[in-house]
Design a binder for this molecule. Sequence first.
Ligand code: TRP
Ligand code: ZN
Length: 865
Amino acid sequence: MADAVISPEAPTSPEHVSIFRKDYREPDWWVPEVRLDLALDPAATRVRALLKVVRNGDHPRPLRLAGDGLKPLSVTVDGEPARWTLDGDDLVIDMDRDRAEIATEVEISPEANSQLMGLYASGGILCTQCESEGFRRITFHPDRPDVLGVYTVRMSADKARFPILLANGNKVAEGDGDGGTHWAEWHDPFPKPSYLFALVAGDLAANRDRFRTFSGREVELAVWVREKDLPKTDHAMASLKAAMQWDEEVYGREYDLDLFSIVAVDDFNFGAMENKGLNIFNSRYVLADQNTATDADFDAIAGVVAHEYFHNWSGDRVTCRDWFQLSLKEGFTVFRDQSFSADMGSEAVKRIDDVRLLRAIQFPEDAGPLAHPIRPESYIEITNFYTATVYNKGAEVIRMMKTMLGPDKFRAGSDLYFKRHDGTAATCEDFVKAMEDASGVDLSQFRLWYSQAGTPKIGARLERDGDAAVLKLSQVVPDTPGQSGKQPMVIPLKTALIGRDSGAMLGEERLVLLRDSQAEVRFEGISETPLLSINRDFSAPVVMDVTRQAGELERLAACDNNAFARYEAGQELMLRSLIAGAKGEAIDPWPVIDAVRRTLTSNELDAAFKGEALTLPSESLIGDRMEVVDPDAIHESREALRRAIGEALAGELAEAQAMGAPGNDLSPHAKGIRKLKSVTLALFAAGNPARGAALAKAQYDAADNMTDRQGALAVLASLDGADREAAFADFYQRYQGDTLTLDKWFMLQAIAQRSDTVDAVERLAGHADFTLKNPNRWRALVGSFAANQWAFHEASGRGYRFLADRIIEVDRLNPQVAARQVPPLGRWRRLEPGRAEMMRAELERIVATPGLSKDVFEQASKSLA
Ligand code: TRP
Ligand code: ZN
């Protein structure tokens, strides 16, 4: 304090300002070296930082260091008291020299940190989360991803409470201190941006293993958890080793430090974080055993462990120049983890899952008020841009490049990208340029995928012309907020013609590149009536509007040799029926029933695929295909079709449900059988609720694994009667104290298809085990409910009020978590006028709330616009 020359004033900076991509400038100062010394204590942690700073170029500007809620206790320049001021939260230091050592000292309180950004406490563990702008909550620093430095971190803490002290890189020294404390010093030789800084202190135990890289270096691996959770870490460790191996084989990427650690914490805003050498995970993406985790949970763990590991190259070694480039690391890394998971299991089923997620979350985003390109042009709060668009559409964009270049040139492009930009902060443009330079393929027009938002709509119609067939294509890229009159994009469409009678391919699959608003493609030598199989493997993230002849979808659903396209034909067949039903048209369920029967009883299809194909399109997906969403009509239509299938195929469904696989068998085959078991149970119950409930209760009671148990409980959740109550009571008793599993108990009640679900969630929000402080628990109840279309859109408007109340409540503690639940209210334009008005009113109430965070302000105000 004595060092202060100019005393800080209350911040006057305007609130909620937008940052624009076009305004990017290089930093005024570099910070090539950072030394931190932390005296860790949950209530009050002292942070001393020593920054080596170097003026970037010739300019007179002061050194501006970002802070967030920090008060400087001392600031020196080369050991002398500094001339400094606070501008809002930023520390601004007068600089009369071009390089200097800046020392600052602050005090922070991890246990008072409810935002879970910066240094915080979770279940007795102290840990950090710095992406995107959390480092500035720990110490003053430019805290922008293009400022890379080498970090040395010394920390001390009470030895009994915090026996394990971890940070990025390698441990270089340790020892005991006074009063029962100990200390450790860590050094990370790789220059990194501040958002990759991490530190953990706690009473942790490790599952340890080793990995030998392709050049023969030995890497120590550790998965750190609380002692009691050690038995649940084997799958995460196995996934990590598989991911390391895969990245060597598929991308030629080798790990670069002597140690790689994963730490699991219970309170975490997102899935996990790729801090260099020290990944910190939401415990739900680490902990699993057959009794508490479903097969989907196991797969998610493998996917997230791989994702974070892959970031070591796509994110850490090559990072982002600024946050507008987020998709550079996230889109690419999601693509890499998707490919990894496909290679570990079934490629077709993985693709179906990924596309389902894209359609459920990204397509609505692209069609709504928050639409943005994968490389956004502006933001108020960057955390709001960790979206399905940046991540999942971003991954689709990378996938399209691979499809267009072919695997070898794509790999050459990836190699060139890593070689050129290793150790630097790069842009999306750098990535595309590397792909272009390595392949010789011109990607000029393709770059529009980075700048234009909105899901392209592709029209397709096949016409016969003698013994040729002509494919007539069109594309429209819809207007989105702030963007209209868009240019046509490059749309890579894997296309094949299939003989209607023979069911065989008529010629080879072709990659059609649609570049204009309209195009025609000729297929010569077509001797048989052709069926159009297009956008095979979902080669482009677009909405297809294909003109079909009667019977065409049925035929494709039975014989298309592209698994994804075959699935798609079946889904489209269902969708058409569901939409017609929702519009009140009389529908004939038999084409769907017959298609379902053929799939279910097929000898060539595997169980996992059947499980996907037998899952009806969701109510929100049906709504996305309609002009005006009437949630009740959609629900009734879908339930009617499920009932018709359940009644007509009761015998076949019961037979598939009777199959099973031992819970400890995690092979793709066993997972497929379990998936089909619960999917068929649900359909059976739709046809016969009373017998369905009994069958579900029996499956619940007999389960030796969580997949079967949760699958049964999910069916019971939507039924009435004593079996339901008994199963929920049992589940609660059985897993009390097991936080992750209790999340399922909340989630299953929030997604129940019942007319009293709003009552249930209101009651559960008052349950002793509900807490606003744990993001997983909050999402299990509130997030799940907001995704339950029928219940959320209850005509009374109570669902909207419930969500808005919870958002306002949690915003005071954790704005990031609050802001992520605003988008469901933002869909008001799609709803009938009565509901739309109530949704708007809730958004207005949110925006008018005093003291609202900029996170929620941005989402809610943009949703109203
Ligand atoms: N970079 C992380 C990932 O994709 C995402 C993440 C983890 C994150 N924690 C966060 C993003 C907190 C914003 C805020 O793997
Ligand atoms: Zn990521």
